[in-house]
Design a protein around this ligand. Structure first.
Ligand code: NAP
Ligand code: GLV
Length: 308
């Protein structure tokens, strides 16, 4: 029985050692070693091709190397194959750091101060207490909840939005499409941590972003496909929005002259908000393999009809 690994050689070396120590009976083969053996039961991949899937007649589980699974074309994945997203503490920690960093940057109006410095202006602005800054998170899953927990100690007024109702300490929770306008109207800083699905593609558009209060700012650390770029640029140019921090874009990489890269009120980073840790990512997959073999539910199992 084989585990076939198709991520980077550096990560592969770490996973190989941990798999050898914890599950020596499972052959660990990387794409650098050999083409996939016919007895491959488990595959770890970011975006496996149709050709690769077609070579795996015994495949039972596809483990995504990342938290998102939108990059996986599930049309080429047979229905009996389970799809599992990555849930591991290293990935979560990176997202908490980035979410807190971006929120503090917007809360303390760093975009305005950078622009003032660029123009040689000394321009102090009134200090807004964190309790008067309303921070809302779209998506209350693994990462949305962790970012909210990371923001709590600062005393922000926190809220969140998800598909199904949630109860989180210190967070005003909203659920479903009907609750979206009320949620948006009370967000000075909006953070997107939704999965990219048919329902959420383009959710950060002119109609929704216009419902944020004047002067609001956004953080997109989910997927570029959530944002309609020209709508953001129009709302920044009109002065309805004051800034944006974007870690993700469509396409990636953005071409050098793309308006998102060139706008003075947008901070762009190249999809580095977080990344799966080699060590703890391997442990998460090993744990799920144990669960799978024991007939227990795997953590992060994707509901393929929902897309996340
Ligand atoms: P998750 O645990 O699956 O959580 C998803 C959340 O979104 C859930 O609360 C879910 O609602 C909500 N949701 C989904 N569809 C919705 C809809 N139509 N309306 C309202 N709420 C909806 O996902 P996660 O692990 O937190 O990851 C979130 C995303 O972060 C990933 O999919 C990936 O795209 C992105 N990400 C980015 C980076 C980066 O470096 N930039 C790194 C890692 C992940 P329910 O609670 O009702 O199910
Ligand atoms: C990165 O974007 C991930 O989905 O893990």
């Amino acid at each position: 029985m084989t585990f076939y690994f198709t991520s980077t050689p550096e990560r592969g070396a770490v996973w190989r050692a941990l798999f050898a120590a914890e599950t020596p009976e499972l052959a660990f083969v990387t794409k650098e070693d050999a083409p996939p053996p016919a007895d491959t039961r488990y595959l770890a991949a970011w975006a496996p091709t149709a050709e690769l899937i077609a070579q795996l007649p015994a495949l039972e589980v596809l483990f995504s190397i990342g938290a998102g699974v939108d990059q996986i074309d599930t049309r080429v994945l047979p229905h009996h194959v389970a799809l599992v997203r990555m849930i591991e503490p290293g990935l979560t920690q990176g997202m908490v750091e980035y979410g807190v960093m971006a929120t503090l940057m917007l809360h303390r109006e760093m975009i305005d101060y950078r622009l003032a410095q660029r123009d040689g202006r000394w321009a102090p602005r009134p200090l807004v207490p964190a309790a008067r800054r309303r921070v809302g998170v779209l998506g209350l899953g693994e990462l949305g909840q962790a970012v909210l927990a990371g923001l709590r100690p600062f005393g922000f007024a926190l809220s969140g939005w998800s598909r199904s109702p949630r109860t989180l300490p210190g967070v005003a929770c909203h659920a479903g499409a009907d609750a979206l306008p009320g949620f948006l109207a009370a967000c000075d800083i909006l953070i997107c941590l939704l999965p990219l699905t048919q329902e959420t593609r383009g959710i950060l558009n002119h109609a929704t972003l216009s419902q944020l209060p004047r002067g609001a700012a956004i953080v997109n650390i989910a997927r570029g496909g959530h944002l309609v770029a020209q709508d953001l640029v129009a709302l920044l140019d009109e002065g309805h929005l004051s800034g944006a921090v974007l870690d993700v874009a469509e396409p990636e990489p953005l071409p050098p002259e793309h308006p998102l890269l060139r706008h003075p009120r947008i901070v762009v980073t190249p999809h580095i908000a977080s990344a799966t840790s080699a060590q703890s990512g391997a442990h998460a997959v090993l744990d799920n393999i144990r669960r799978h073999r024991a007939g227990q539910p795997m953590l992060g199992l994707v509901a393929r009809d929902r897309g996340y």
